[in-house]
Every structure is written in C-alpha cells, then in structure tokens.
Write a protein that binds this ligand. Structure first.
Ligand code: MLC
Ligand code: AMP
Length: 500
C-alpha cells in the first residue's frame, strides 16, 4: 500500500464518498465534494507554478476553503506551510525568507503585505482568487514517497529563530492511523472542531482522525463555549486545549445532560490540571482523555480509551512510539520512576528542521531518539507524568511563547535596561506571559504593550509588564527567573478550587 498522505485521504474520499466530511455555518460538504474541489484546486495551483516539493505558505482564516487548500497542496505533492493568523509582518518576513515558498495564500487585503515580504520572488494570491478561477478538470495526484515532506510547521526555539519542522508523509499517516484505533474513531463520529487549523493539534490530529475514519466534523471559527455546548447534543467527540475545558466549566449550561451524547473529550497541547480533570468528571460524568504531543512528533502518549484515565498523567506511549527518560546532560537512560528528559522515537518523529542541520543534530541522540525538552518520569503502570520543561518555554492557552523572543524586543528599547519574561499561573490560559522590566528612564507599561503588538502576535504580548528597580541576579550575574516566578505566582489569582 502506498505510504503517502494523499493516497490515505483518497481511500477515504472513495470509501465514504456520500457521507459528510465537514460542516460549517450550516453548510455541509461530502467526502466526494471535498475530493472533487480539492482536485480542481490542485489543478489551479499547478497553473500557478506549484510543483512537488515546493512550499506553499498559507495564512488564511479557518474555513472549509482553507481545509480544501490543505488537501489540494497534499495532492499536488507540494509542502503545506500553515502560519498562525496572528503573526505580524515582522514575524511573517522571517518565515517567507526562510521557507522560500513558491506561492503564498493570504487573507484578502493582505496581498500588499505578502508582496512586500515575498520580495517579488513569491506569487501571492487569496482563497477567493483561487476559487474564482477553478479549472473544470481536477489534477491527477502527484506521486509521493513515504519519506517525502508533506508539511513544514514552524516552532520557536529557546534561542535563535523559529525552526521549520519537516513532517513526512509517513509521519502524518502513521500517527493518524494509530490515533483512530486508540481513540476508537468510526464513521459514526462527529467531532466538534473548535481549534485553529495551523497547528498539529487542529490540523493533523483532528482532521486526520476524522478523514481516516470516515467520520465528520463541524468547524467553528474559534472556541466559544455556548456554541460548543449547543453542538454536543448531536456530536460525539471534542478535542481541545485545557482552556476549552476551563471555559466549559465556567459555563453553567455545561451539565451532565448537555454532554450526554458525547463519547469522548480529549485534551492536550498543555497540562490539564488534576483539579480541572476531577471537576470536569464531577460536572459532566466524563473523564477527559489527556494525551501529549509536539509539533516535531505528533502525538506521543495517550491515556487509555478503556482503563483508567489518570488525572495529571499523559498516559503510556502510543503503540508505535518508543519513549524513554534520560539524563539531559549525559543522555544516560534512567530507571523507571526517575525524573529526566523525555526522549522518543517512532514513525511519527519528524525528518529534521528545514535547512538547519546543526540544530537538527543537536536535538537527536546518536541512536536516533529525539530530545523533547520535556521533563517527566514513567510510573509503575507505564504511564508518563510530565513534571516540567527543560526548555525555557511558556505555554499559554496551548500556544507556545519563547521568552527569548519577547525579551529581545524589550531589550532593544531605549526605555528598557533589561527584561525578564516569565510564565505565571493563569486561571484560564494555564500560564500567562509576564515581563519584568528594569527600566532605563521613564517607562509607560501600557504604551509599551501597545507598541509590542505591532511586532508580536497578540498571544505573545505580555498580559502584564511589571516594573522593578533591579532584577534579581545570581553570583554569575544571570537573572534569577525562578525567584521572579515565585514572587509573581499569585498575580492572576488562581482559584484554589476549580469552578464546579
Ligand atoms: C488569544 N489570546 C491569548 C491566547 N489566545 N493570550 C494568551 N494565550 C492564548 N492562547 C489573546 C487574544 O489575542 C486577546 O488579546 C485575548 O487573549 C483574549 O482573547 P480571547 O477571545 O479570549 O481568545 P480566544 O480567541 O478565545 O482564544 C483562546 C483559545 C485559543 C485558548 C481558545 O488561544 C486557542 O484556540 N488555543 C489553542 C491553540 C492550539 O491549537 N494549540 C495547539 C498547538 S499544537 P487582546 O489583548 O487582543 O485582548 C501542540 C502540540 C500538541 O501544542 O500536543 O497538541
Ligand atoms: P508545540 O511545540 O507547540 O507542538 O508544543 C509542544 C509542547 O507542548 C510539548 O513539548 C509539551 O511541553 C507541551 N504539551 C503538549 N501536550 C501536553 C500535555 N498533555 N501536558 C503537558 N504539556 C503538553
């Protein structure tokens, strides 16, 4: 059987032709309609010069047209490169220069911006323009091998610039197949899809579970608890980040009755607190199934479908994933129960960072295991608990923010002597970005936040900027972020007991 992603989609397009694949705003598309439209769109991409192996940069809103573009790019054998719609011009410039796309698809009105960042080397279009010129005849699928790159997703780094994680056809097919078995997806399922579709979670985990199994999904443009609750009566699965579950609990309409038709609530991308896990069960009668993954690897562990879904644990490794705990410095594999760095290998682990051989090499052990940067241990029952991160990363509402990027922007300012950016517990987002600043002269925190919005996606802009005369340092002169995190731990009033 061919190991490429399009062939896997094509199986489902044929097998479930007359069934609904996706609904949005009251309109539905069958598998056959999605296949026909994406084939015509692939033909249009071909007319615009898109060839196998070339990058198609996409910054468009959540819509069925964007989903069609994903299927079309895969069909044409090109590399799909989705970008967060929040990214600003400064951020986009880097991705365009690094990825060297042949085509950029943007939102209407953004064409001049993309013309600028593409520097004349990138064709720029919009979904409306693409769909306004669809050829009658669909394109034949381009032959692709399992090891060919299907998508590049950028992830930031502790230091330096964002890295493009290259995901192969095999990575995406293997992970999707494993997940539909594990989570028992069938053609009877209807997924409430409220995640963005530019990350691994909303794009690959959610969409592939649906398409591979012949299920259907309802696209919501964004998470909105009342719309999600309304959909529960005629849906079976919700996938989300912990913030979804926190927001559902805050909504009085979310009850056992409201959730009665649902069979599965899945959480990931950020830690789901044991308190929220328990509160959710008390309210709805459902135990959330928590799983753990990464852009570079797709899904790695999952609590069991049957068997105990342990609060605070991310479950055992998926059947085709090897997971071990090692000493970060030496790489020595640690015994069961010991805390160390999580390392993984399997058919889901990415092919490396786009044009960054050294960075790629630095994140793999000589025997091929990928070093995740997450700290954890394996319990006696084989379940993994994550206890922290070796990487200096803040996860806010399931979105990653690397402090170095925010600090660099602040440090560049004339009114800032030095800045430290930390993650502080937040009742809704899990962690919130906070900057602690040692000013140089007069400093207006609100004005600075406003200015930062020009250069940084909104979720990265500090929710608070705290002014401190002197930043605490150790004897080496290094800022002691741990002390700052302790000092400001109560900044956003985390309720001691979750909303019930
Ligand atoms: C929005 N804002 C955020 C934010 N999302 N701030 C911090 N963290 C976030 N995640 C900002 C908005 O810009 C706005 O700022 C303010 O917060 C309030 O916005 P909102 O209307 O409340 O936000 P909303 O649109 O509802 O979004 C919140 C959210 C969303 C949690 C629903 O962020 C979301 O869908 N997150 C999921 C991300 C995701 O898919 N992660 C998976 C990554 S893959 P202002 O200042 O303008 O008011 C991965 C691998 C794996 O991690 O394992 O899955
Ligand atoms: P990303 O780089 O956006 O793919 O984010 C991946 C990171 O999200 C992982 O390395 C973890 O730190 C974190 N993550 C994902 N799922 C979980 C989870 N269930 N619990 C805790 N952290 C998680």
């Amino acid at each position: 059987m061919p190991g490429d992603l399009h062939s896997r989609f094509a199986q489902s397009f044929a097998r479930f032709a007359d069934r609904t694949l996706v609904e949005m705003n009251g309109k539905a598309w069958t598998y056959a309609e999605i296949e026909a439209l994406s084939a015509r769109l692939a033909a249009r991409l071909g007319e615009l010069g898109v060839r196998p192996g070339e990058r198609v940069l996409v910054q468009t809103g959540k819509s069925v047209e964007t989903l069609l573009l994903y299927f079309a790019v895969v069909r044409s054998g090109a590399i799909y490169l989705p970008l967060n719609v929040d990214y600003t011009e400064a951020e986009l410039e880097y991705f365009a220069a690094d990825a060297g796309p042949v085509l950029a698809v943007c939102r209407e009105g953004d064409e001049p911006l993309f013309e600028r960042i593409g520097k004349g080397a990138v064709a720029v279009t919009t979904l409306a323009a693409l769909f306004g010129n669809l050829p009658e005849q669909g394109a034949a699928p381009a032959p692709r091998a399992a090891d060919d790159i299907a998508a590049i997703l950028y992830t930031s780094g502790t230091t330096g610039k964002p890295k493009g994680a290259m995901l192969t056809n095999r990575n995406l097919v293997a992970n999707g197949e494993t997940l539909i078995d594990l989570w028992r997806f069938t053609l009877e399922d209807r997924l409430i899809h409220a995640l963005p579709i530019f990350h691994v979670h909303g794009l690959f985990v959610a969409v592939h579970c649906v398409v591979f199994s012949g299920a259907s999904m309802v696209f919501l443009e964004k998470f909105e608890s009342s719309a999600v609750i309304d959909l529960m009566a005629c849906s079976t699965v919700l996938m989300g980040v912990p913030t979804f579950y926190i927001r559902l609990l805050a909504d009085a309409r979310f009850t056992r009755e409201a959730a009665a038709n649902m069979r599965l609530f899945i959480s990931g991308s950020a830690p789901l607190s044991a308190d929220i896990h328990r509160a959710f069960e008390a309210r709805s009668g459902h135990r959330v199934l928590e799983r753990y993954g990464m852009t570079e690897t797709g899904m790695l562990t999952s609590n069991p479908y049957e068997g105990e879904r342990r609060a605070g644990y991310v479950g055992p490794p998926l059947p085709d994933v090897e997971l071990r705990i090692a000493d970060f410095e030496t790489g020595k594999v640690l015994a069961q129960g010991e805390v160390g760095i999580v390392e993984v290998s399997g058919p889901n682990v990415f092919a490396g960072y786009w044009q960054m051989h050294e960075k790629t090499a630095a994140e793999f052990r000589p025997d091929g295991f990928f070093i995740t940067g997450d700290m954890g241990f394996i319990d006696t029952d084989g379940s993994v608990q994550l206890v922290g991160r070796e990487k200096d990363l803040i996860i806010s509402g399931g979105l990653n923010v690397y402090p170095a990027e925010v600090e660099a922007l602040l440090d560049d300012r004339a009114d800032v002597a030095e800045a430290a950016v930390i993650g502080v517990p937040h009742p809704e987002f899990g962690e919130a970005v906070v900057a602690v600043v040692q000013p140089a002269g007069s400093f207006d925190a609100d004005a600075v936040r406003e200015e930062m919005r020009r250069d940084l996606a909104a979720f990265k802009v500090p929710k608070r900027i705290i002014v401190l005369g002197v930043l605490p340092r150790n004897t080496m002169g290094k800022i002691q972020k741990k002390l700052l995190r302790e000092k400001y731990a109560g900044l956003f009033e985390t309720p001691s007991s979750p909303p019930l």
